[in-house]
Ligand binder design. Structure first.
Ligand code: PLP
Length: 506
């Protein structure tokens, strides 16, 4: 209390209360020549890193807590020279991270720090613009609209689809489901909420048993509730079963629930299977439900006309998401949500406090289309990537990755003691060893196989479970991956396989 009164007294005294000397020197940013020199060095560090990243093991051989033990417990009291900080970056940070830029990174879905994308990311950090309103970021707002439209054209989507950029597919799908909910205008959910209303039927959402966990998170966040997210069975190639979906919708309707949305996956996380989009679109239309397509990774392949054969019916969707940071060579983060009717997003989310009102008319204020107010200038890096590679160059890279994926799949299929577990529509291969052992022991065998292969260092694969079985998974999406890296993966798998088969039982 006494401290509070003395602060108020200081404020009343105005500048007389400013500590002696505090304004004699303007501290400002670091001196410009120092900054310039450090930026040149940082550019060299980045270029060296990208050239030599393949020399690191993909996953660092360190244990939890090792990095923190290398760092001083307290922050530095005095300024340190940038050169020393960059030395420490090189010594402590760079070697101790998992290298997503490594040509042997074939786990999950890759994210690629392409040269042009890194330059764009750096320039946007320099501008440090927050394009919440057109006025606070005219070029970022218009560039975002423009590159989203370029992407729309690259995917051959009709012109009514309007895109905007979020950080991740998780957020893009959440926003899409919020728009689907908003379309039920008569329920007035924006104003009345979903909780504690007697007359609101449970609103149900449908996705396959292979859909990404981000859909569960969206159902939790938006108040649908996990109980009302129906995970529909898939067929033998991991696509949502239409008859099972229809039966679930019918059952829900009969029980007084209200089916609201179908989330189809175009490129599931495990196998990159694609749900039957055209049939799902027909059901969505008939039942007046929203169709959202989660194409976070594989929709990127739609920039190549020949891969659109896997995407029949896509244009019927109400919304879709694709992440340029997964497979369009843009550094993380950058996710594009396309919606047919962006006004629904605005109706769901626009709240304009007085201090954010502006006088411009006919402009897009990006804050109106989602939850967040502030936003990074992500369009710049995407713009640079599209221009520096060209659409043809981007197509060539996707095709190359798919050819490498197919090469590995052919090997896995032909290899004695292995089987392919799913079709390979793009560049992701699910496979497993099938030693002559009971199923649980086969799972343990594959788990050990993966651990051994990854421990070697030059490659990093991941795993999944399909129909309850442990499965290995290799995906190609990295700009630096070539045939030699896929061949290294094959060799390491084969060697570990032989070693494990020859082990004496304990
Ligand atoms: N959807 C699919 C099909 C995915 O595979 C993933 C992640 O791999 C996501 C959504 C989530 O992506 P994000 O990390 O951008 O939220």
């Amino acid at each position: 209390m006494s401290q509070h009164s003395s602060n108020s007294a200081d404020t009343r005294r105005g500048s007389a209360a400013t500590p002696q000397g505090a304004m004699q020197n303007h501290p400002g940013d670091i001196p410009a020549p120092e900054f310039r020199a450090a930026m040149h060095r940082a550019a060299d560090l980045v270029a060296d890193y990208l050239e030599q990243v393949g020399h690191y093991p993909v996953v660092p051989k360190i244990s939890p807590g090792d990095v923190r033990r290398l760092l001083p417990e307290q922050p530095p009291r005095e300024a340190e020279p940038l050169d020393r900080i960059l030395d420490d970056y090189r010594r402590l940070i760079e070697p101790n991270t998992t290298h997503w830029n490594h040509p042997g990174f074939m786990a999950y879905f890759g994210i690629t720090g392409s040269g042009p994308g890194i330059i764009g990311e750096t320039l946007s950090a320099a501008l440090n613009v927050n394009a919440m309103l057109w006025r606070t970021g005219p070029a970022p707002t218009e560039l975002e609209e423009h590159v989203c439209d370029w992407l729309r054209q690259m995917l051959d989507l009709p012109s009514e689809f309007c895109g905007h950029i979020n950080d991740t597919a998780s957020i893009s799908s959440l926003l899409a489901l919020a728009a689907a909910r908003e379309r039920l205008a008569e329920l007035d959910i924006r104003r009345r909420g979903m909780a504690g209303r007697d007359n609101l039927p449970p609103l149900t959402v449908y996705c396959s048993d292979q859909a990404h966990s981000s859909i569960d998170k969206a159902a939790i966040t938006l108040g649908f509730g996990l109980e009302n997210l129906r995970r529909i069975e898939t067929d033998d190639v991991f696509r949502m079963k239409i008859d099972a979906l229809e039966a679930a919708i019918e059952e829900d309707q009969a029980a007084g629930r209200r089916p609201v949305a179908i989330v189809a996956t175009l490129g599931t996380t495990s196998t990159t299977s694609v749900d039957p989009l055209r049939a799902l679109a027909a059901i969505a239309r008939r039942e007046k439900m929203w169709l959202h397509v989660d194409g976070a990774h594989a929709l990127a392949a739609g920039i190549c006309p020949e891969f659109r054969q896997h995407m029949d019916g896509l244009v019927e969707a109400d919304s879709m998401v694709v992440n340029p940071h997964k497979w369009l060579f843009v550094p993380v983060d950058c996710s594009v949500l396309f919606v047919r009717d962006p006004d629904l997003l605005r109706r769901a989310f626009s709240v304009i406090p007085d201090y954010l009102t502006t006088t411009e008319t006919g402009v897009t204020n990006l804050m109106d289309y989602g939850v967040q107010l502030g936003r990074r200038f992500r369009a710049l890096k995407f713009w640079m990537v599209i221009r520096a590679f060209g659409v043809a160059g981007m197509q060539e890279r996707i095709r190359y990755h798919c050819a490498l994926g197919r090469q590995f799949a052919e090997w896995a299929e032909a290899q004695p003691g292995f089987e392919l577990v799913a079709p390979v529509p793009f560049s992701t291969v699910c496979f497993r060893a099938v030693p002559d052992r009971p199923p649980e022991q086969q799972d343990a065998f594959n788990e050990r196989l993966l651990t051994e292969v990854n421990a070697a260092g030059p490659v990093f694969l991941s795993h999944t479970r399909l129909r309850g079985r442990y499965v290995l998974r290799l995906t190609v999406g990295n700009l630096r991956t070539g045939p030699e890296h896929v061949e290294t993966a094959m060799r390491l798998i084969q060697e570990a396989h032989t070693r494990l088969l020859n082990e004496r039982p304990a």
